[in-house]
Write a protein that binds this ligand. Structure first.
Ligand code: NAP
Length: 248
């Protein structure tokens, strides 16, 4: 199937409660707005409160279901802060129908021989540790959904390790592995796990990785939404442990 040509129903995500990490800008922002416009109550996560408030207002002004905001700095989050996030979601909604683990950072584009350990730790905390802990701690809420979708953000350099991409490439290779392991250990038929590789996309992260590139030559985050909607909606029920390309 060509995911980029998927045509979702307008009410695809009606009554779904979906957490989107890194919703403040880029692909996460586009997904939050798109999921809300398809009927979901979106929980906007990010580290910068005022960015989330802007998206909140935008979603409200579009007449979509009222979102919620849950800020958390993933690079330093303690177990207690993760527990607080889970408690808040449980108290407010009682269940969760989807997580888009989208938040990510690039780190440095240098050889491993020169890779700064503090940058390594931060990349691993945001790109790998956070989606692991969030998935594990939110399992009881996902189990309460009729059908829940957990989506991890991968990358071309997550399919095959690539020189000069350092901790970022290693974190994404590990995310692909984590997706497969969660999917195959899954004992709850109502939960599915899949990865999505957005491909080169017009965002701040891409501009940092390729400063010489003309951003206007790249697809926008909004143009990737058919694939992001497909994985989150019920048309992908039965798909588990897969890794797709949003631009295919
Ligand atoms: P982006 O524009 O840089 O946005 C990343 C988002 O993650 C931001 O909203 C950011 O929050 C959030 N975030 C970063 N560090 C965080 C932290 N410590 N705690 C909480 N939130 C944090 O990135 P993007 O290009 O949209 O990428 C989205 C995902 O797609 C990432 O996982 C990325 O690896 C993957 N991807 C992107 C491309 C591409 O070409 N763009 C290609 C392959 C894969 P703030 O807004 O507060 O900074």
């Amino acid at each position: 199937m060509k995911y980029s040509e998927y045509q979702p129903r307008t009410d695809l995500l009606k009554d779904k409660i979906i957490l989107i990490t890194g919703a403040g800008e880029g692909i996460g922002r586009a997904a939050a707005i798109s999921y809300a416009l398809h009927g979901a109550t979106v929980v906007l996560h990010g580290r910068t409160l005022n960015k989330l408030e802007v998206i909140y207002d935008e979603i409200e002004s579009l007449g979509a279901p009222q979102p919620a905001i849950l800020p958390l700095q993933l690079s330093t989050a303690s177990s207690r802060e993760y527990e607080h996030l889970v408690d808040t979601l449980e108290h407010q909604f009682g269940r969760l129908d989807g997580i888009l683990h989208n938040a990510g950072i690039l780190g440095d584009r240098v050889a491993l021989a020169d890779y700064p350990v503090d940058v390594w730790d931060e990349v691993m905390a945001v790109n790998l540790r956070a989606p692991f802990i969030l998935t594990q701690t939110l399992l009881p809420l996902l189990q309460k959904s009729q059908s829940a979708s957990v989506v991890f953000a991968s990358s071309g350099v997550g399919r095959e390790a690539r020189a000069m991409w350092g901790a970022y490439s290693i974190s994404k290779v590990a995310v692909e592995a984590m997706n497969k392991i969660f999917a195959s250990e899954n004992s709850f038929a109502n939960i599915r796990y899949n990865c999505i590789n957005p491909g080169a996309t017009r965002t701040a992260m891409r501009a940092k990785a390729f400063p010489q590139e003309d951003p206007l030559s790249l697809p926008t985050p909004e143009s990737l939404m058919p694939a992001y909607l497909y994985l989150m909606g019920e048309d992908s029920i039965g798909m588990n442990g897969q890794s797709i390309n949003a631009q295919d």
